[in-house]
Structures are given as C-alpha cells and as structure tokens.
Design a protein around this ligand. Structure first.
Ligand code: NAP
Length: 481
C-alpha cells in the first residue's frame, strides 16, 4: 500500500502567537513535515506574528531551533528551503501597530489563513482587526485554538465575536483529537465495514468506556489548569468528541456538515448527569512528590485533576447503554482508548466454563494506535474443553509498516484548513451544545461546595471512580496494563 501526498494549493498562513509554545512545539514543526513530504508547495508562505520585536531573519533563527528540537530528523537543505518561506511581522493584537505591515505582506491571489495560536481572550479582537484592516476576505479562513470558551456564555460570546467578521464556513475550531489518525479510523471502521454497524446499538452493546489517562501532572501550568479542571479541559471537548464519533448515526455523506449535524444530535441527546454518577479527584501530595494542590499553589483549590462520569444518550439507538468517560493526570499509564463492550452471549452450550465474556472492541488512540477485538476461543490442548479470551490485535505500525507513520494531528488539521475541509473541526453550535451539557454539572459542584476526593499518584484514580462502576456490576479496563 502506497500512501499518496497530494500538494495543497499555494497559501499565506499568518500565525498569530508564532513565538509561543504551541507554535514552536507543534505548528511550525508540523508545517515543516508537510513541506518535507511535498504537501506544502514551494509557493506557500508562513508569516509569523507576535509582539516580540524582531525581523524575519531573527524569527527564522527561532524557527530553526524549534525544528531542530521538535523535528530532529530534519535535513539541512530542506530546512533551509522551508525557512525561505518564513517571514515575520511584529503585531500587537491589542494595538494599532503592525497591521498595515501585515497587509503589505499578504498576497491577493493565494489562499489566506489566519491561525490564532494565542490566548482565547484575543480571538475576537484579532478577528475584528483583521476585518477592519480589510484582510478578512470572503475566502480567507480563521483557525482558533482550544479552549473555546470557559462556559456556555463565553463560548457564545466568542462565536458572536468571530461571526461578526467571518462566516461559519470560514471558522476552524481546533480539537486536535479529531486530527488523530485512529479517531478518523473510527469513522472508517464504522461506516466502511458492514460487520459492525448492525451490532452498533443497545441490543448488542452493553456499555462503552472512553479513557484518556496521563502520567504527567499539572506542574508548570498549574495556575492555568486550576481555572479549568478536567471537566472543562478534557471532557467538554476531547472526550465528548470521541463519544460523538462513537455514537453518532451514519451521516448521509462524508461532508463537513453531514458529519457535524450527526455529532450535534448526539450532544443534544445527552441527559443531565446525576451527582452520584460522577467521581472527581485530585492527586495527593506524597512523600517526596508534590501533589495537585502544591502544583497549583492553592491549598483550598476544588478543581479536579481527575473525573469519571456516566453519560446517557437519550435516543433510540443508545437507550440504557451507559457511556463511561474518564480522564485524569498522574495516573499509572498514558493511554487513550475507546472500548466498546458487547453484551454477553445469552446462553452457553459449554458446561462448567462459567459465564462467557462478551466481546470487547478497543480502539487505541495512543500509544501504539490500533484496534483490538477481544474474543473467546478454546484453550489449546487435550482433555476437557476450556475457554480463554484472546485479543485479535491489529497494530497499525505492524499492519501498515511505513504507511502507519501518519502525520501528527496538527499537520493533518492545518492541511485541512488550506483544503477548506471543516469535517474534523468543531462547528459553533457543537461547542455551545457541549457547554450546555457541562455547565449545569459544574454549577452543581459549585453550589454544593463539592470537594474532589484524593487519589494516589500512579494509581487508576480515586476509589469513588471504582465504586461508580462496581455499583453497576461492571469494571473499568485496567490503565497501564
Ligand atoms: P504561549 O506560549 O503563552 O504563547 C502566546 C503567544 O501569543 C506568544 O507568541 C505571544 O508572543 C503572543 N501574544 C501574547 N499576547 C499578544 C498580543 N497582545 N498580541 C500579539 N501576540 C501576542 O501560549 P501557547 O501555549 O502557545 O498557547 C497558545 C494557544 O494555544 C492558547 O489558546 C492555548 O490555550 C492553546 N493551546 C496550547 C497548547 C500547548 O500545548 N501549548 C495546547 C492546546 C491548546 P509575544 O509575547 O511576543 O507577543
């Protein structure tokens, strides 16, 4: 199998926040990779902007260093050619300086994209200034980073600010989880095979577990994280998006609005979550290891670094099928997966083997992207008839060899922006619907003064999360197993 790289059309990409962490670690190395494989054409240009006062040569030196660090397999000649496409214009997003220089740097006959890799407080202001300066042409695109709002009201305000200057089809709200290869593969698995879809409903599926576990804590970004917490930082966007792709009805076609229409329907069908169906936690201070409260520097913080909850999608397909979502920091493994548990066989013809286990389809996002189907087989050997569980395992790396080396999520998404394909980006109503589901849950904690439980660093989370499952007679899949 040979993967094809189709070059995109020439573009001017204006990168706001070009000196920032995300730009240096992900966006610029990602663009370099796309240039290296021939997808970013020679005529393309990247114009970095930030307040820092430097010229294009100074910025190229900054970019060279970040490529060396974050794309270490670079080739010098290719990097030199890439850097010749890079310019810099100092612009203060909140002031008047720099905008006319930016206007002069842009061409009128190529695709124009503005990537706002800056804090969300600057999104609406930058959109307005681009509009006022006449730079927001009708076919230009604007890309905004997460977080898209802090609650429903702020997400609505952001949408209004952006839509005052750009139309919805020009706005690309990044959720980088959607750019992950396996997440897209989830759609291929469901809708390009006839095997799964007939079983993909409450008749055959017992429950679904979606896990995003991290081994790192919030050290270094504690102050930012403490304003947010796992619910806002992870559930509202990444885990809800994964749930949508798992649960949505087949779209009539693979087009941005068909896919996003179906995702919005899932979010709108989410039922309110009762407090007893939520477990929140903070990793505790341990001998020699700072805990969450040390990292955020606030001994009274009630922000959660872990959350597990049981969601119900109130529609015909998923009636009575719980979707358990969990995510946390400082856990015993770093892994992201969607596990679909099929119901147990209704009757066993095998005597003395105990209850049979249902099949489990696991879609692994990281590490080692791939798909596993847990099946029951006869244990090999003579004498007796014993059963055991085995995994039908497909690691993309093993199955696809070099072709499994898929672009990083950011690379994929930036190229989609240039192609004008919004399928893997959140629509404004989707972001608002997710906040409308999450907001009452957070308000409930605040009104009741709920405190997160403590959990050990390197564990699977707080005891309360285990109890949430045990009460339902189910078990979480092991993290870091
Ligand atoms: P950062 O390191 O603080 O960088 C912020 C950038 O914005 C800098 O280049 C800064 O440069 C520029 N900037 C700040 N104020 C400005 C102004 N008034 N006018 C023009 N430029 C200004 O932030 P970051 O971590 O890269 O994050 C950027 C965005 O991505 C945020 O929305 C963040 O939530 C999101 N995000 C980040 C990550 C990550 O891993 N870092 C992951 C997901 C999402 P000057 O100081 O020179 O102006």
């Amino acid at each position: 199998m040979v993967s094809r790289v189709i070059p995109v059309d020439p573009f001017d990409l204006v990168l706001f926040g070009a000196t920032g962490d995300l730009a240096q670690r992900k966006i610029l190395p990602g663009l370099y990779h796309r240039f290296e494989v021939g997808q970013m054409p020679e005529e393309a240009r990247i114009i970095g902007t930030a307040r820092s006062d430097m010229d294009s040569d100074g910025f190229r030196a900054v970019v060279r260093n970040s490529i060396k660090e974050f794309a270490p397999s670079y080739e010098k000649d290719t990097l030199d050619r890439f850097l010749s496409k890079v310019d810099y214009v100092p612009v203060d997003a909140l002031g008047d300086a720099g905008w006319s220089d930016l206007a002069k740097a842009l061409r009128s006959d190529v695709i124009r994209a503005f990537y706002l890799s800056v804090g969300p407080g600057l999104f609406s202001g930058i959109a307005q200034r681009l509009y006022d300066a006449g730079l927001a042409t009708s076919d230009s695109r604007i890309v905004v980073e997460k977080p898209f709002g802090h609650d429903l009201a702020s997400a609505k305000a952001l949408n209004e600010g952006l839509r005052a200057c750009f139309q919805e089809h020009q706005i690309y709200r990044i959720d980088h989880y959607l750019g992950k290869e396996t997440v897209q593969n989830l759609m291929a698995l469901r809708f390009a095979n006839s095997l799964f879809e007939p079983l993909w409903n409450a008749t055959h599926i017992d429950h679904v577990q979606i896990t995003v576990a991290e081994t790192v804590g919030v050290e270094g970004r504690g102050a930012y994280y403490d304003q947010s917490g796992a619910m806002r930082d992870m559930i509202q966007n990444h885990l809800v998006q994964l749930m949508c792709l798992t649960a949505m009805e087949p779209p009539s076609k693979f087009s941005p609005n068909s896919v996003r229409d179906e995702k919005v329907k899932v979010i709108e069908a989410l039922e309110p979550v009762e407090p007893k169906d939520i477990a929140r936690g903070q990793y505790r201070t341990e001998k020699g290891d700072d805990g969450y409260l040390d990292h955020v520097g606030d001994p009274g913080s009630r922000t959660e670094s872990y959350i597990a909850l049981k969601a119900h999608i109130g529609n015909w397909r998923w009636a009575g099928v719980p979707f358990y979502l969990r995510t946390g920091k400082r856990l015993r493994g770093r892994e992201s997966e969607i596990a679909v548990f099929f119901r147990d066989p209704p009757h066993t013809i095998f005597p003395n083997v105990g209850p049979l286990h249902g099949n489990v389809l696991v879609i692994r996002l990281q590490p080692d992207e791939g798909i596993t189907l847990r099946t029951t087989i006869k244990e090999p050997g003579q004498g007796g008839f014993r059963l055991s569980d085995v995994a039908l395992d497909m690691s993309f790396a093993d199955a696809l060899g070099d072709n499994a080396k898929s672009p990083d999520a950011y690379e994929r998404l930036i190229m989609d922006v240039i192609r004008g394909d919004q399928t893997l980006f959140m629509r404004g109503d989707e972001a608002e619907a997710a906040w409308a589901w999450v907001d009452p849950i957070i308000h409930g904690w605040e009104e009741r003064g709920d405190k997160p439980a403590k959990y050990d660093q390197g564990s699977s989370g707080p005891e309360e999360a285990l109890m949430l499952m045990h009460r339902d007679g189910r078990r979480w899949r092991q993290i870091g197993g």
